[in-house]
Design a protein around this ligand. Structure first.
Ligand SMILES: Nc1ncnc2c1ncn2[C@@H]1O[C@H](COP(=O)(O)OP(=O)(O)OP(=O)(O)O)[C@@H](O)[C@H]1O
Length: 375
């Protein structure tokens, strides 16, 4: 048995590679997850999330690379001996078994004593708030209860590593919301190290102690939810997180007095918070400027240095007001999304409204136009 030199990482993946035919789905992927941590694997459809989980579970062999669990290289360890439980998108329950028996099934397979089975099932069911429906058959359960029952089945033998493959994909919005609130408490109660796969960035932000963004077979960034949102390392990561999505403008920053300036929609905007001497690498460089909609402020009062825009559309979203602004004209013009705390003056407005847009200082991000890397 090989020992992991870094015991802080309970699950450690190094250089994991898997190809199907010519398509390399995982391309030398590295990941370390601490004991008890919930790491969300976020990526688009087909990015290799399930492939990664299957290799950790031991039901698919990698082409190259290693997986350590609790310090042990599990390359030669069978799926049943890895201490890993995996739950899938479609939580298929045994239709002829009660909720109790569905949850108990992994314990029965291990021939656990009856009293112990009952105690364990009840404990999980209480935590999942389904102890009152344990005698029901799946057809007598609501969708939320079915969901919890199948989760109970994955949790009942307290797996050291729990792999959850998009478990909320097929449930309705209300249950999804409830479970998003409850999952972190549950995971902590069970003490499992969790790898949680999702394509939904809100879920990733809500559940992850850290989030790994899987693009082209590797993690482009592994960071806290705050770090991913506020400090994306690439344009792609910036683009994947946020609704409405981040505004991206192709710009070539230039010096304007003691500040940097760019053109948006063919119109000059001074970025007063950016001193040329502080960011010399940006001057004259083909960049993409990223500004989150919450960092664009629309006003009908002229502001010094602000960008003249026309408000084209207003959309109330919960207690925020999202506006579509237009800077400049024709092909050179640019559309800008702004999302600010609800503004009653703009509610229900249908006509075009001239005004000014200011960018919140210190929030603009620059990316290299060719590589997308954060500058
Ligand atoms: N057994 C297999 N044989 C051939 N190709 C496969 C196999 N398993 C997965 N693939 C391919 O590998 C790629 C990644 O699949 P995977 O299921 O890991 O993606 P995913 O990120 O989980 O996607 P989704 O979120 O849609 O479930 C896909 O292009 C898929 O078609």
């Amino acid at each position: 048995m090989e020992t992991d030199p870094n015991p802080m990482s309970y699950l450690k993946i190094s250089g994991l590679t898997k190809a199907f035919g010519k398509k390399r789905v995982l391309d030398g992927l590295d990941l370390e997850v601490r004991q008890g941590e919930c790491l969300v694997v976020f990526g688009g459809s087909g990015s290799g999330k399930t492939t990664l989980l299957r290799q950790i579970a031991g039901v698919m062999e990698p082409d190259a690379g290693s997986i350590h669990i609790g310090g042990e290289d599990v390359g030669e360890v069978g799926p049943e001996s890895r201490g890993v439980a995996m739950a899938f998108q479609n939580f298929a329950l045994y239709p002829h078994l009660t909720a109790f028996e569905n949850i108990a099934s992994p314990l029965r397979a291990r021939r656990m004593a009856e009293a112990e089975v009952a105690a364990r099932v009840l404990e999980v069911a209480r935590l999942l708030k389904i102890d009152h429906v344990l005698t029901h058959l799946p057809k007598q359960l609501s969708n939320g209860q079915k969901q919890r029952t199948s989760l109970g089945r994955s949790l009942v033998h307290r797996p050291p590593v729990l792999l959850l493959d998009d478990p909320l994909r097929n449930v309705d919005a209300k249950i999804r919301f409830e479970m998003r609130l409850e999952f972190p408490k549950l995971f902590k109660a069970f003490g499992s190290t969790v790898l949680y796969v999702t394509q939904d960035y809100r879920e990733a932000l809500a559940l992850g102690d850290r989030i790994g963004v899987l693009v082209d077979g590797r993690f482009q960034q592994i960071d806290s939810p705050h770090g991913i949102y506020r400090n994306p390392r690439t344009r792609e990561v910036a683009r994947l997180f946020g609704d409405p999505p981040i505004n991206l403008f192709e710009v070539t920053p230039r010096v304007d007095g003691d500040a940097l300036a760019v053109d948006i929609g063919g119109l000059p905007v001074r970025l007063d918070d950016l001193r040329p001497q502080a960011r010399p690498e940006l001057i004259g460089r083909a960049c993409v400027l990223g500004v989150r909609p919450e960092d664009v402020v629309f006003s009908t009062q002229e502001q010094p240095g602000a960008l003249p825009v026309a408000l084209e559309a207003v959309m109330p979203i919960n207690v925020r007001t999202v506006t579509l602004l237009k800077a400049g004209q024709g092909a050179a013009g640019a559309e800008i999304l702004s999302s600010r705390p609800e503004d009653p003056a703009l509610a229900g407005r249908r006509e075009r409204l001239p005004g000014w847009a200011t960018l919140v200082p210190g929030r603009a991000m620059f990316f290299d136009r060719a590589t997308g890397a954060r500058l």
